[in-house]
Design a protein. Structure first.
Lengths: 397, 172
């Protein structure tokens, strides 16, 4: 017996080690949703590898910073000028978009919509990867001690990256959207078709569960739908690159992620998502008809009235503004860019006061009594010069 | 280039110092996790596998080979989000096989090492694939062109890694 054991000792040990590992696998498969029996092993492994990764990334970043911030400053002036010009362009764009956003918010408030928005993020450095093609994930240098929790969304300025899967004391493992076990609720930008974004074993990203009788053009943007409870709605995911009939009743839609998942350096972890019901401005709820009226084209300018007089059928915005202020609202001041803006936004702004005034004219009594429902919520628009009636603009009141 | 059959008395058995035994596998796992961030193509390599084969063939002890493979594999598993044991089992088999084969074959020349790496790369992949699909229920795809490319790349890198290991191994 002893000689048999001695003769097959190596084989017996091999079988024993393999059996122990298979048993361990079986336990993990069974408990995969409840607890994590292998956490200690993972902590040891991560603890032995990530400090070195952190140190290397720190050295690399520091060296890069010294070079870029102190020595290699060629073209900085030109870049500065270009960025200033960009800021000016974006300021104009912001004015235009803020009006659209205000309007959307008021409409959402009317319909009692709840909106999600990212209220807090934390920048993190990518320090390592899993090193396996079967596990597309990266390690970041922020962990439990920094307030990171599992299932937090991870994004870049370009698009979504993945979600936090495992959290350790000072690091965290982020599962990328191109891993075969990941899933993200997604929606197509124009066609508004919803699906599930999944990674493939080859590391590609596909949009699943879109019926084959739908038409999806290549190049369409893919956004998060918010249905997965991880990513807030409306974040950029990527662009459709190829659409083909799938094996079943669904389309096979390939998506190219907007964020370059193979060259991640810095990411943002979304640490707080707020959900709140959209509120109109402090003036209170506006009527749908007023909001829709703002979309209508402007009324042509009337002949100039005498200064100090109010044209019949109009209400001076200053009066309205004072009424608004009385009811506790802050009139919004027009930013300087609004005056220096290009034609399009200014035309829209100028169209509004006359219409708002016109709308309010029929209910001027209500306005004067301070009913916020009848007050034009946009005192800013009255301040924009081009077309409005002089009586409105120059009213000393 | 020739793989010669040798008797147990003819082959030389090597050992590695304790620091080398600990640091080399750790460095391999570290580089495997770190280099793909800078060079995305590096994911086709499996440095821990090459170190496992290198250690096993040099030591020519099946027990040492299977334990080395097992530990390196589990360490590699722990860095992924997958179940622990997938790389562990496949590298245990490779460690045992490589050291058993090392007793019988002369694997001191580059050609033999190249072929040996190809063989054990395939064994590793097949075992991993079977366990991942069969036991863990993973959605893993097999792509022949990709595996062929990866196999050749690993075999070439393996020759270099074995040359580096030759410098730290000690004759018993």
């Amino acid at each position: 017996m002893e000689s048999v054991l001695g003769r097959y000792r190596n084989l017996i040990v091999l079988v024993g080690v393999l059996f122990a590992q298979v048993l361990g696998l079986a336990v993990q498969v069974k408990r995969t949703t409840d607890s994590e029996p292998t956490r200690l092993i993972r902590i040891w492994a991560v603890g032995s590898v990530t400090p070195l990764e952190k140190a290397l990334v720190w050295v690399q970043t520091s060296t890069g910073n010294i070079w870029h911030n102190y020595f290699y400053l060629r073209g900085v002036r030109a870049e500065n000028r270009s960025l200033k010009a960009q800021i000016e362009r974006m300021s104009l764009e912001q004015v235009r978009m803020s009006q659209d956003a205000d309007q959307a918010r008021r409409l959402q408030a009317l319909l009692a919509f709840k909106e999600q928005f990212i209220s807090q993020t934390m920048a993190a450095q990518v320090i390592g990867s899993s090193g396996s093609e079967q596990s597309r994930s990266v390690y970041i240098d922020k962990g439990e001690s920094d307030g990171i929790k599992s299932d937090m969304a991870v994004i870049t300025a370009d698009g979504i990256v993945g979600k936090v899967l495992l959290v350790y004391r000072s690091t965290a493992l982020v599962l990328l959207i191109n891993d075969h076990s990941s899933g993200v609720g997604a929606i197509l930008d124009k066609t508004r078709l919803q699906g599930i974004l999944r990674g493939t074993p080859a590391g590609e990203v596909v949009l699943e569960k879109v019926m084959s009788d739908e038409t999806v053009p290549a190049g369409e943007l893919v956004l998060t739908s918010g249905g997965d409870g991880v990513f807030p709605k409306g974040l950029l995911v990527g662009r459709v690159t190829k659409v083909a009939p799938g094996s079943e009743i669904f389309l096979n839609i390939r998506v190219r992620p907007a964020a370059d998942l193979s060259k991640l350096e810095e990411v943002l972890v979304v640490t707080k998502i707020d959900e709140r019901q959209a509120e109109p401005e402090k003036t209170g709820a506006a009527r749908a008809v007023d909001i829709l009226a703002e979309r209508l084209p402007g009324v042509p300018a009337k002949p100039e009235a005498m200064p100090g007089t109010v044209a019949p059928g109009t209400v001076a915005p200053t009066t309205a503004a004072s009424t608004t202020t009385d009811s506790g609202a802050k009139p919004k001041a027009a930013p300087p860019e609004a005056h220096a803006g290009s034609g399009a936004p200014v035309t829209r702004k100028t169209a509004t006061p006359s219409l708002s005034s016109g709308t309010a004219s029929g209910t001027s009594g209500a306005t004067s009594t301070g009913n916020p429902m009848k007050v034009s919520p946009k005192p800013m628009k009255a301040a924009v010069p081009p077309k409005p009636k002089p009586a409105v603009e120059d009213s000393p009141n | 280039m020739a793989i010669t059959y040798t008797s147990g008395e003819q082959v030389e058995v090597y050992r590695f110092s304790i620091p080398a035994t600990i640091l080399i596998p750790l460095t391999a796992v570290f580089l495997q996790a770190w280099l793909p961030l800078r060079f995305p193509f590096f994911t086709i390599f499996d440095l821990p596998l090459l170190v496992t084969i290198g250690f096993a063939t040099a030591r020519r002890s099946p027990l040492a080979g299977l334990f080395t493979g097992s530990l390196i594999g589990i360490l590699q598993d722990a860095l992924t989000h997958q179940l622990i044991g997938l790389y562990g089992i496949s590298k245990t088999v490779v460690g045992f096989g490589a050291s058993s084969l090392g007793i019988k074959l002369d694997v001191e020349n580059a050609g033999a090492r190249f072929l040996l790496t190809i063989f054990f790369y395939v064994v590793h992949k097949v075992v991993y694939f079977m366990i991942a699909r069969g036991l863990a229920g993973s959605r893993m795809a097999w792509s022949w062109p990709h595996e062929f490319l990866s196999c050749m790349a690993n075999a070439l890198l393996g020759v270099l890694v074995f040359m580096l290991l030759d410098r730290v191994k000690q004759r018993t």
